[in-house]
Write a protein that binds this ligand. Structure first.
Ligand code: ADP
Length: 349
């Protein structure tokens, strides 16, 4: 009997598609036991305007063909109304799994050096890594990776202009520094920088990345808000020296990420230049700028402490010579590796 009903029902056409309601998959279930026939319809479209009409047609047809059955029930299931998808933005960031912002309250605390070395540490863990150097006031990733003078090539792909990033140490690198001369930096503040950053974010051919580290400009300001609105940031790490940690700039950084409209989880604070150990006295640690400041600050402000990095000559030399120290100095690598592991844990949470 059910087979017979199925055949009958397929003679009813959906007015829009002009296809039988069975062959087009609208009939989900048919159950018949002589006294009762029930038909369940499933419309993929929410509130299909033809659903009531089809229901009435089925009821009339079944009553006519099976007059001995006094109970004919037609049930309509509908897909939940879907919210319209926002118009998709053309962007090249779709294949990036996690964006980690590296921020600082002030310039000169080692934010860019930390970014470059963390990228190396993540690469050494087997992740595919990119760096977006958005520090319009002092883009230093080109120097950190020996890429000064790199001119990003633009290619046309499917009618769009795509910019090719640089690559060094197996890390994809796009820097605002590729587009400006050091002396221009001031001019680039404001609208021009925002436009250039937007292009770097959305038109770079990053390829598939596990992590993109965004080296943010120091401090807080409009440029940060603009980057934050363009990039989906998974978590932010704040770099500070022991000296700078108590200063209001760090607090402002924390507040910026915590602002309800920004609402980016803070992975924690990284203390850079935590102490100095002279070559000839490897056991000695000189806490030139005070001890434990960042750890204390973190505890007091409800943020995590991600780790500390001492002052090491090879870190400075690496930054100046174009190869991050973590890639070549086995004494340095573990500091960044531990911090990178903690960030990964937070970013993937
Ligand atoms: P920022 O990006 O915060 O402005 P940089 O990363 O450019 O700071 O670092 C400022 C200077 O400090 C650079 O010369 C860099 O080589 C040096 N530096 C940063 N961290 C260390 C460190 N842990 N040990 C030695 N030198 C460092």
């Amino acid at each position: 009997m059910e087979e017979k009903i199925r055949e009958l029902l397929d003679g009813i056409l959906h007015p829009e598609t002009q296809r039988g309601i069975v062959s087009s998959g609208l009939v989900e279930k048919i159950a018949a036991d002589g006294a009762k026939i029930s038909v369940t319809l499933n419309f993929p479209k929410a509130r299909d305007p033809f659903a009531p009409k089809i229901k009435r047609q089925i009821e009339a047809l079944l009553r006519e063909r099976f007059p001995e059955t006094d109970n004919v029930a037609v049930l309509i299931k509908e897909a939940a109304p879907r919210r319209p998808e926002p118009a998709e933005k053309q962007t090249t960031t779709g294949d990036i799994a996690r964006v980690v912002a590296i921020a600082s309250g002030k310039g000169g605390v080692g934010k860019s050096t930390v970014t470059a070395n963390l990228a190396v540490a993540l690469r050494d863990r087997g992740f595919r890594v990119g760096i977006l150097d958005a520090d319009i006031y002092g883009p230093s990733q080109p120097r950190m990776f020996g890429l000064e003078g790199y001119l990003p090539e633009a290619v046309s792909e499917e009618g769009r202009d795509i910019i090719l990033p640089a690559e060094a140490e197996g890390i994809k690198i796009m820097s605002i520094g590729f587009f400006i001369k050091p002396d221009d930096a001031l001019l680039w503040r404001g609208a021009m920088a925002v436009n250039a950053l937007r292009q770097m974010i959305h038109q770079t051919r990053w390829g598939a990345l596990d992590f993109l580290l965004a080296d943010l400009p120091p401090g807080t300001g409009d440029i940060h808000l603009s980057i934050i609105s363009e990039l989906k940031i998974a978590t932010a790490a704040i770099v500070s020296t022991p000296q700078q940690v108590a200063v209001a700039d760090v607090r402002r950084g924390v507040e910026m990420f915590r602002n309800p409209q920004v609402n980016i989880p803070i992975a924690g604070i990284i203390e850079n230049m935590a102490w100095f150990t002279p070559e000839e006295l490897p056991e000695n640690r000189y806490y030139l700028f005070g001890r434990g400041g960042a750890r204390r600050y973190a505890a007091e402000h409800g943020v995590d402490f991600l780790g500390e990095i001492p002052i090491i000559q090879s870190i400075m030399e690496g930054a100046d010579n174009g190869t991050p120290s973590a890639a070549i100095d086995p004494r340095v690598a573990p500091y960044y590796r531990d911090i990178a592991d903690r960030i990964v844990e937070k970013a993937l949470r």
